[in-house]
Design a protein around this ligand. Structure first.
Ligand code: NAP
Ligand code: ZN
Length: 348
């Protein structure tokens, strides 16, 4: 079989608006599945990369690493999926498969570097193109199953936003008896609230203002505070076992570290384009941990999808046609999203 051209939306150059293009998809190989993409979420990481905020972007760039669709064709060696299966693809589509992290199911920390779903080069040196597209060809080992109980549109954002919060919440023990704060109620943050609540933790939202308070409480938070009010930091000093920050902009970490109990952890998943400031006395006193976390492995992503299906946790989405992607980007940058834009890829 030969390379197929498929429709997609791409940023032709850094900071240029996205426009409709065609891109090549490789022939369906021995272990590949061809996915008919139904929905693709818009992650803030798409915007950082399409605008070259993290540097060294590969253009033209087709973003999209929150992919939900249906298997349309399988390679002869495929054993995990059949035509018609509901599947998802997240932030990476390959890794070395041999290092200690790949063998442990932590492919996102592969020592060779995982192959990103877009803005990366595959093993043949060809650029990868992401989910703002009608079809994608992916190795079955980097494809996950979307359980029947989850609609594909609200499942799409789980492939990045869901797993990025599920993994650290599990790793740092969010559960009954634990006080967990989620900083930033956006795409990642709102999944953090839902998942931490479902895990049994007592959840607090720390948002810039009280504008989204009703939503936060409905999603599963017990408390909601505005970080633009200094009194919040006085009232909550020494309160939390775990804080997960999803903020996309540089954030002064010292005032958040002060909200932790002794031995508490602040886990940062936000990926701002500039460095942040830190006074190390903020972690010395109270034996505190400042950590980071990046998405999750394939097996853990499947576990997260099964957990979300069991607990009825989809993303809160605003479904858009592809010609509204550029407008959606502006709204995400203005924190004006409730809580994930999802592209209906049939409009591409
Ligand atoms: P998002 O939907 O834009 O949410 C980010 C939230 O951060 C906003 O809704 C806002 O919440 C808060 N915020 C924004 N600017 C702020 C500022 N200047 N000060 C304080 N708070 C601010 O973005 P997202 O898709 O959730 O992604 C969030 C970040 O995580 C991005 O940097 C993204 O690249 C990164 N990310 C990391 C991983 C990983 O594996 N570690 C995975 C995916 C994404 P409020 O309105 O509630 O204040
Ligand atoms: Zn993402």
């Amino acid at each position: 079989m030969s390379v197929t051209q498929v429709a997609a939306y791409a940023a032709p150059a850094a900071k240029a608006p996205l426009e409709r293009v065609t891109v090549p998809r490789r022939p369906v190989g021995e272990h590949d599945v061809l996915i008919d993409i139904k929905y693709a979420g818009i992650c803030h990481s798409d915007i950082h990369q399409a605008r070259d905020g993290w540097g060294e972007g590969i253009f033209p760039m087709v973003p999209g690493h929150e992919i939900a669709g249906v298997v349309a064709e399988v390679g002869p060696g495929v054993t995990k999926f059949a035509v018609g299966d509901r599947v998802g693809v997240g932030c990476f589509v390959d890794s070395c498969r041999e290092c200690e992290y790949c063998l442990r199911g932590q492919e996102q920390y592969c020592v060779q570097g995982m192959t990103g779903t877009y803005n990366a080069l595959d093993k043949n040196g060809e650029p990868t193109y992401g989910g703002y597209s009608t079809h994608v060809v992916v190795d079955e080992n980097y494809t996950v199953r979307i359980p029947e109980g989850l609609a594909l549109d609200v499942a799409a954002p789980l492939l990045c936003a869901g797993i990025t919060l599920y993994s650290p919440l599990k790793h740092w023990g969010a559960g009954p008896g634990k006080k967990v704060a989620i900083v930033g109620l956006g795409g990642l943050g709102h999944m953090g609230v839902k998942i931490a609540h479902a895990l049994g933790a007592e959840v607090t939202v720390l948002s810039q203002s009280l504008r989204k308070k009703e939503d936060g409480l409905r999603l599963g938070a017990s408390h909601y505070y505005a970080t633009n009010d200094r009194a919040t930091f006085e009232e909550l000093a020494g309160t939390f076992d775990l804080i997960v920050s999803t903020v996309s902009a540089p954030l002064g970490l010292d005032s958040y570290l002060a909200l932790l109990k002794v031995d508490g952890a602040l886990v940062n998943v936000g990926a701002p384009e500039e460095p942040v400031e830190l006074n190390l006395f903020s972690v010395i006193g109270g034996r505190k941990t400042l950590a980071g976390s990046m998405i999750g492995g394939i097996a853990e992503t499947q576990e997260m999808l099964d957990f979300c299906a069991e607990h009825g946790l989809g993303s809160e989405i605003e479904l858009i046609a592809a010609d509204r992607i550029n407008e959606a980007y502006e709204r995400v940058l203005a924190s004006d999203v409730r809580y994930r834009f999802v592209i209906d890829t049939s409009t591409i």
